[in-house]
Design a protein around this ligand. Structure first.
Ligand code: TXA
Ligand code: MG
Length: 337
């Protein structure tokens, strides 16, 4: 170890976690940060080397752009050419929070952040620690979810450590994320508001504020913009085989295999406690959303032959949960729209 790196190590040990995170980001490192949705793999948007590291660590294709995180609406405004009036309404109501807005960027945002697209995805996360971190930095942070490309998103420090621990210098511990699903991504075409990715804010909740919203469908040729890359292929998958459907039918189908069960309110009969996760005993979709990815991480490390999961009630956050589960399902053949 050189004298310089020894000194740096000593300094880092005596710093608070937030100061350490801030120092490392300023010096170009990529670190994991908590948000209210999932943990992110963060770097300075103006440092091309940091951004390269993010893609390398995540093994993510450069065609998939990164969400930019800022600490306030006014900081977000500095990055866009024009803040769509409906975007402003949504930002005022839901920021800080799990909402990402796709807006025409200005030339302060490097093209490598948006993979060459004209729009930038921007959000103000509500995790208090990360908000404080963002306020302390003279630059916004690009942060995709801190998981290898295509795997389940991390909702605890431990998930990040297991998946990427050897590749990053620091994980800022902010506890379990309280929303548990990635942000809802919304774009605008004229007066239309379009959901590009379902997420931690339900469509109905957004509609209470801006009226009817469309869901992006690739087959709908009317769209001016390409789909959110990565949002239509198989994603969020565990390594173990996972099938989603009616639990009784799946229990019969896989009766000869060792099973891990993700259940909504009540455990299924005939499967030991250790091999089941009930995501919300009181039947609350918000709680189920918070526990969903954690349950998948847990079941995946049990090394069973097969994981099974039910579809959830198809309203509110249940729609996002069902969408995540159907894309995590690596048994059923899916046709992307
Ligand atoms: O909750 C979240 O959004 C988390 C936390 C860390 O903020 N981040 C997250 O990032 O989920 P990521 O990279 O895993 O997913 C972002 C999605 C990707 O599908 C990406 O292609 C899309 O957003 N995206 C990002 N920038 C975009 C842009 N300029 N145009 C179109 N799609 C974009
Ligand atoms: Mg992701």
């Amino acid at each position: 170890m050189t004298i310089k790196s020894k000194l740096e190590k000593e300094q880092l040990t005596s710093m608070s976690n937030l100061a350490k995170a801030s120092y490392l980001l300023r010096s170009g490192s990529v670190i994991a940060i908590p948000t209210e949705t999932v943990y992110g793999l963060a770097g300075n948007i103006y440092n091309p080397d940091s951004i390269k590291q993010i893609y390398k660590i995540k093994q993510r294709p450069y065609t998939s752009p990164l969400i930019v995180h800022t600490c306030s609406l006014s900081r977000a405004e500095e990055l866009v050419a024009e803040f769509h009036p409906l975007a402003r309404v949504l930002a005022q109501r839901f920021w800080p929070g799990p909402l990402t807005l796709l807006l025409e960027k200005n030339n302060k945002v490097p093209d490598y952040i948006t993979s060459g697209h004209s729009r930038v995805a921007v959000r103000v996360p509500s995790h208090p620690m990360t908000l404080e971190l963002l306020r302390s930095l003279p630059f916004p942070l690009a942060a995709p979810s801190a998981n290898p490309f295509g795997y389940i998103s991390p909702t605890t420090k431990e998930h990040v450590r297991k998946q990427l621990g050897s590749k990053i210098r620091f994980i800022l511990d902010g506890g379990s994320t309280h929303c548990g699903l990635e942000s809802t991504i919304v774009g605008f075409e004229g007066e239309r508001v379009i959901i590009y990715r379902l997420g931690g804010i339900a469509q109905e909740t957004l509609e209470e504020v801006v009226g009817e919203i469309d869901r992006y469908v690739k087959a709908d040729v009317q769209h001016k913009y390409p789909p959110v890359p990565g949002a239509t292929s198989r994603h969020y998958s565990p390594n173990t085989q996972l099938e989603v459907g009616n639990l009784d039918t799946l229990l019969k189908k896989y009766s000869k295999r060792s099973l891990g069960v993700l259940a909504y309110k009540t455990p299924v009969e005939g499967i030991t406690k250790k091999y089941q996760v009930v995501v919300s005993r009181k039947g609350c979709l918000k709680e189920a959303a918070k526990n969903l990815f954690s349950a998948l991480h847990y079941l995946d490390q049990l090394e069973v032959d097969q994981i099974i999961a039910p579809y959830f009630p198809n309203y509110g956050l249940g729609i996002t949960i069902n969408e995540r589960l159907s894309r995590a399902d690596n048994v059923t053949k899916r046709i992307d729209l």
